[in-house]
Design a protein around this ligand. Structure first.
Ligand code: U2F
Length: 452
C-alpha cells in the first residue's frame, strides 16, 4: 500500500547493454513489492530505462527511474563493434552514477542506505565503502563463469597467461571435465581488453561485497556454488527468475505477448517435436551460418519457431518462398512460454545464461552455438556437466552439422537421455522456489540486507 512513510532509499545501478538490466529490474520489483516503505531508485541510461519501463508499466509506487548519461562524445559515430559504446559508458560511469544518485537523494529527501548494482560495476564497491553502506552486486551470468572470474589469479598461476590450450581445470572443484579452451576470453589470453580488465577487477572486488546475488538456484551446480559460498560473504541464489513472477500479478493475468499465435500453433504440434531457435539479444550470427541453418530446416522438415531479427528471405536459398517453411518466424518470441510448451523439443541457442536457465526450467535439451564471453563455458556446462545438450559439430553451423544435431536431439535415444536428465534439474528448480526452498530463503536474506 501507499500509506507507510518511505524510510529507506536503495539505489540500483544497472548496466544498460544486452539483457543485463531486465533481470535486475525484475529482482528490484520483487524486492519493492515486499517492502513498501523502501524507495528504489533505478539508475541507468535513458535508452535502457525507456525500453524497460515501456515493457512493464510500473504499478509500484516505490520504484522510480533516473537517467544516467551514456558517456558518448557529441560527435560519436555508432560503431559496428558494440564494445566501443560500452567503453565510453564505463569510462564516465562512476561520476555519472554519483551525480544521478545525488539527484535521486534530492528528489526523495532520503539518503541512499544501500547500493545494488550490476556485478560488472566493481567501482560501486568503492562507492559503498566511502558511503559506509552495504553493496549487493548482481551477477547476470551463471555460477561457473562467476567462479572463473573470482579465481582468475589462481587460474593464471596454474596455467600461465599465454592463452588457449587443452590443460585441465581440475584444480577447481567441479571442473575436472573442463579445460583451458573452455574459459571466457580475458582470463588466460587477451588480458588487456577493457572488458577483461573490468571482469578481473570485479573478481577481486566481489568477495568484499555484503552479498552477491545471482539469477540461479543452488542445486543446479552444487559443487561450484559451494566454492562461491566460501569466497563470498553471502552468495544468494534467488532464481530462476522465470519461475517467480517479479511482482504480484494483477488478476486476470496479463495477456501473453503472442500476437503471432505461435503458442496456439505449438498446441497443434506433436510433443517434443519443434525446434526453437534464438541467439539472444546481442549476437547476430554470420549470414552463412544462418543460411546453413535455414537449409537444414528445409531439408529435415522439422517444425520450428525462429526468433529472427532481420529479413529471413535474405538468407533463404535463391527462389525459395518463406511461406513454404514449416514454421514460424518472429522478431521476438515469448521465449519462456515457448520453452515451457510440451511441443518444444530442442532449443538452438548461443548459450546466454538466461536462455540456458529458461531451457532447464522448460525441460528442453539444447543445441549450442556459443559466440563470446561466458557462452563457451556455458555450452561445456550443458554438455559435460549436465548432459542436457550438444554443441554443433566443428563449432560453426553448417547444414550437415545442424541436421545431425537436430536428429540427435529430436529423434535419437541421446535426446531421450537428455530429457531424463532435464527432468531431474527441472524438479530441483521447482523445489528450490517453493515454500521454504533455497531460493526464497536467499531472497529473505537479501530483503533483510536491503531494507535494514
Ligand atoms: C548476454 O546474453 P543475451 O542477452 O544475448 O542472452 P540471454 O542471457 O540468453 O537472455 C536473453 C533473454 O531474452 C529473452 C530470453 C532471455 O530471458 O527469454 N528473449 C525473448 O524473450 N524472446 C526472444 O525472442 C529472444 C530472447 C550475453 F551475451 C551472455 O553471454 C550472458 O550469459 C547473458 C547474461 O549475462 O547476457
Amino acid at each position: 500500500g501507499n500509506s507507510k512513510p518511505q524510510t529507506h532509499h536503495v539505489a540500483v545501478l544497472a548496466f544498460p547493454f544486452g539483457s543485463h538490466a531486465g533481470p535486475l529490474l525484475s529482482l528490484v520489483l520483487r524486492l519493492a513489492a515486499g517492502a513498501p516503505q523502501v524507495t528504489f531508485s533505478f539508475l541507468t541510461t535513458s535508452k535502457a530505462n525507456a525500453a524497460l519501463f515501456s515493457k512493464s508499466p510500473l504499478s509500484l509506487h516505490n520504484v522510480k527511474a533516473y537517467n544516467v548519461p551514456d558517456g558518448l562524445p557529441e560527435d560519436f559515430v555508432p560503431s559496428r563493434n558494440p564494445e566501443v559504446a560500452v567503453g565510453f559508458f564505463l569510462k564516465a560511469a562512476p561520476e555519472n552514477f554519483m551525480r544521478s544518485l545525488k539527484d535521486a537523494e534530492a528528489a526523495t529527501g532520503l539518503r541512499v542506505g544501500c547500493l545494488v548494482s550490476d556485478a560488472f560495476f566493481w567501482f560501486v564497491g568503492d562507492m559503498a565503502e566511502e558511503m559506509k553502506v552495504p553493496w549487493v552486486p548482481v551477477w547476470t551470468g551463471g555460477p561457473r563463469s562467476l567462479l572463473v572470474h573470482v579465481d582468475t589469479d589462481l587460474i593464471r598461476q596454474r596455467l600461465g597467461t599465454s592463452g588457449g590450450g587443452k590443460q585441465t581445470l581440475d584444480f577447481l572443484p567441479g571442473f575436472s571435465r573442463f579445460q583451458m579452451d573452455d574459459l571466457p576470453e580475458g582470463i588466460v589470453g587477451k588480458l588487456e581488453s577493457p572488458l577483461a580488465t573490468l571482469l578481473y577487477k570485479m573478481g577481486q572486488k566481489l568477495p568484499k561485497a555484503t552479498a552477491v546475488a545471482i539469477n540461479s538456484f543452488e542445486e543446479v551446480d552444487p559443487e561450484v556454488v559451494n566454492v562461491l559460498k566460501s569466497r563470498f560473504q553471502k552468495f544468494l541464489n534467488v532464481g530462476p527468475f522465470s519461475l517467480i513472477p517479479s511482482s504480484p500479478s494483477p488478476s486476470p493475468p496479463p495477456l501473453l505477448n503472442d500476437e503471432s499465435g505461435c503458442l496456439e500453433w505449438l498446441d497443434t504440434q506433436k510433443p517434443a517435436s519443434v525446434a526453437y531457435i534464438s541467439f539472444g539479444s546481442v549476437v547476430t550470427p554470420p549470414p552463412h551460418e544462418l543460411a546453413a541453418f535455414a537449409e537444414a530446416l528445409i531439408e529435415s522438415g522439422f517444425p520450428f519457431i525462429w526468433s529472427f531479427r532481420g529479413n529471413i528471405e535474405e538468407i533463404l536459398p535463391k527462389g525459395y518462398d518463406k511461406m513454404r517453411l514449416n514454421g514460424k518466424i518472429l522478431s521476438w518470441a515469448p521465449q519462456v512460454q515457448v520453452l515451457g510448451h510440451s511441443s518444444t523439443g530442442v532449443f538452438v541457442t548461443h548459450c546466454g545464461w538466461n536462455s540456458i536457465l529458461e531451457s532447464i526450467v522448460g525441460g528442453v535439451p539444447m543445441i549450442c552455438r556459443p559466440f563470446f564471453g561466458d557462452q563457451n563455458l556455458n555450452m561445456r556446462t550443458v554438455e559435460a556437466a549436465w548432459g542436457i545438450g550438444v554443441g554443433v559439430e566443428g563449432g560453426l553451423i553448417t547444414k550437415p552439422a545442424a541436421i545431425k544435431a537436430l536428429e540427435l536431439v529430436l529423434k535419437q535415444k541421446e535426446g531421450e537421455e537428455m530429457r531424463e536428465k532435464l527432468k531431474v534439474l527441472q524438479n530441483l528448480a521447482q523445489q528450490a522456489v517453493e515454500g521454504n526452498g533455497s531460493s526464497p530463503r536467499a531472497f529473505n536474506s537479501l530483503v533483510e540486507i536491503v531494507t535494514k
